[in-house]
Ligand binder design. Structure first.
Ligand code: FBP
Length: 242
């Protein structure tokens, strides 16, 4: 794996958003793993059920927390999805390189998610895994995608000592440069909702030029047909690894 720049394929959305949100998409984890393997991404991010079912041959970052959108928005909390014993067993079956836990910075339950993150940091340490934190703002004080909220959430990720910080894009290069400047850990960016291909490629370029350590793309890849998804992922990889 390239030590400095990362390309991950994220597929935790069936938990986060529900399968109904992706009605015309083949959501079989084996299809998503095939796309990731063909494009040779650095790692695939999935929940334990999908990992055990699809058995990726490429490195895996296990998503260890989740929430559903069936819960009222201001009551959503990222709960633990796995135990340490399951992580240990999984390590013997696949190339597990890390775990990923989400913290909704600014939510009413921020403290609980931070405590949970610390619990997973300890598990990561004991099992020689890196820990990625999805530091996503959920505050009434700023818009979720604003510079203020994202820079704040990313900085919390640094201070809590996540190995890699994953957060949203602010939507423009200039403000994201400031996010990166104030984030002293590698920062990878979520791809966001499906957009037109050219627009997405430009966004990836902007994110990387702003100083990000990589991209953890999901919907913009696997919401496309396999061939198109693999080609796009390869193109993103060239930009990320430049
Ligand atoms: P995308 O590239 O599809 O945005 O995926 C990245 C991701 O972090 C997923 O891992 C996660 O399910 C989703 O975004 C969360 O997005 P949101 O907070 O908007 O529900």
């Amino acid at each position: 794996m390239n030590e400095e720049k990362y390309l991950f394929l994220a597929f935790d959305h069936c938990v986060e958003h529900g399968v109904h949100a992706y009605e015309n998409v083949n959501l079989d984890p084996k299809r998503i793993v095939n796309i990731a393997e063909k494009a040779k991404v650095d790692a695939i991010i999935m929940h334990i059920g999908s990992v055990i079912y699809a058995k990726p041959k490429i490195p895996v970052i296990l998503k260890v927390t989740g929430k559903t959108e069936l819960v009222d928005e201001n009551k959503q909390i990222q709960a633990s999805f796995v135990s340490e014993e399951e992580i240990k067993r999984l390590k013997k079956k696949v190339k597990l390189i890390g775990i990923a836990a989400t913290v909704y910075v600014g939510s009413d339950y921020e403290n609980l998610m931070i405590e949970n993150f610390v619990k997973f940091k300890e598990i990561a340490l004991k099992n020689d895994l890196m820990i990625t934190g999805f530091f996503y703002p959920r505050t009434k004080k700023f818009d979720r995608y604003s510079y203020e909220a994202i820079s704040y959430a990313a900085r919390v990720g640094c201070e809590i000592n996540a190995d890699i910080i994953k957060t949203y894009y602010t939507g423009d290069k200039k403000s994201f440069e400031k996010v990166v400047k104030n984030c002293f850990k590698p920062i990878v960016v979520a791809g966001g909702k499906l957009v037109e291909e050219e627009k997405f490629i430009q966004t990836v370029k902007d994110i990387m030029q702003a100083g990000a350590a990589g991209i953890a793309v999901g919907r913009n890849v696997w919401q496309r047909e396999d061939k198109e998804a693999i080609e796009l992922l390869k193109e993103i990889k060239e930009i990320v690894k430049q």
